[in-house]
Design a protein. Structure first.
Length: 364
């Protein structure tokens, strides 16, 4: 912890000295790249920073200062974690030094690899200079009486337990060659973006290899039907390498997806996750196929009539718009049309329930 505290003081001094040349940022990036367990993630972040630096020419000095501080801090953190040698007996009560202030051990456990090797993990929570409330997860490999950190992840993660994938899906199809360890993580806030990482386990004699577990989401966006999107981090079934997510329509609120669901079979090709089969359940089309058109038409009219009934005729033009809409939608006939439909579908419990839900929403 003292090394990281000293680094904070050093970085504060660096930032106060004024704009740093881009070669200083490059040197700090190279140093961080040598010690991070997730070089693919760091490379992607550096590319994103470089794009910002190119775009915002008037803010380059500030961007350089911030990035330099960020990279210096990351390098110190990774070096500190790499040098840690906790014992198995202290793991449940003492945090591996990841730089978290007020660090608390949330959970410890083991991962048994297919060849018989046993790894240990620790999840933590606390706070950090750059992120505020933060979490970390560290995977450690036994080395005599000590444990050596071999994989880790840090940030605002809402950390879940690590998981193993051993190559095959539930359907028996090979999804990857080898064994993989997932460190799940989701960003805090309403976005809940996927921030986890995936490693290929290379045995006890070689460092794990980071697998790109992010870019497939961009590929998925291009495979989805028009008007449907994944707005938050997906859920995973790591044992079978399947991802799933609700789907949002463009008009949805962040809280409430109404577009259905997507299930994705993932595969590992090279050093990245790629899309296999993409299965979409389109909620709108499903309803359209299963509900009588007359009921759908009434539901749409009822909702639109409720909307126009709540509008204020604040001037003559607006009053004319309201009158035109309520006339076109036959709003005066909504109640009587509902009674006719209820009689027609008296034996259909699902249709009657739709009427009740529509009325319930209208009364809220």
């Amino acid at each position: 912890m003292l090394r990281i505290a000293a680094a904070v003081i050093l970085i504060a001094g660096l930032m106060a000295q004024g704009a740093k040349a881009q070669d200083a940022v490059e040197q700090a990036y190279r140093r961080a790249l040598e010690v991070t367990p997730t070089p693919a993630t760091l490379q992607r972040e550096q590319q994103e920073w470089q794009a910002q630096w190119t775009q915002y020419s008037d803010e380059r000095a500030e961007l350089e200062r911030y990035r330099l501080a960020e990279l210096e801090m990351a390098a110190v953190r990774h070096e500190t974690i790499r040098s840690a040698r906790p014992s198995l007996s202290t793991l449940p009560r003492t945090c591996v030094d990841t730089g978290l202030s007020g660090c608390v051990v949330d959970r410890t456990g083991t991962l048994v690899m297919p060849e018989g090797a046993t790894l240990h993990f620790q999840t933590q929570s606390g706070s950090s200079e750059e992120f505020g409330i933060s979490e970390a997860v560290v995977i450690l490999q036994p080395d005599g009486e000590a444990l050596i950190p071999v994989m880790w992840l840090f940030g605002q993660l809402g950390v879940l337990d690590p998981a193993i994938h051993t190559g095959y899906g539930e359907d028996g199809e090979m999804r990857a060659e080898g064994t993989y360890v997932a460190l799940p993580g989701y960003g805090q806030g309403t976005g809940s973006q996927w921030m986890g990482v995936l490693f290929r386990w290379n045995g006890t004699d070689r460092a794990p290899t980071e697998i790109d577990a992010q870019s497939w989401l961009s590929d998925l966006a291009e495979r989805l039907p028009p008007g449907l999107s994944v707005w938050k981090g997906p859920g995973f079934e790591w044992g079978s390498l399947i991802a799933h997510s609700p789907l949002w329509q463009d008009t949805d609120g962040n809280c409430c997806p109404t577009g259905g669901e997507v299930v994705v079979d993932l595969k590992v090709e090279g050093d990245r996750l790629v899309l296999g089969n993409v299965s979409v359940t389109d909620a709108v089309l499903t309803v359209a196929q299963s509900v009588d058109p007359a009921v759908l038409e009434w539901l749409a009219r009822q909702q639109q009539c409720q909307y126009w009934a709540g509008e204020e005729p604040y001037d003559a033009e607006r009053a004319g718009q309201i009158e035109e809409a309520t006339s076109r939608l036959r709003c005066a006939m909504v109640d009587s049309d509902e009674e006719t439909l209820r009689t027609r579908f008296a034996g259909n419990e699902s249709v009657l329930a739709m009427f009740e839900r529509a009325r319930g929403q209208a009364s809220q």
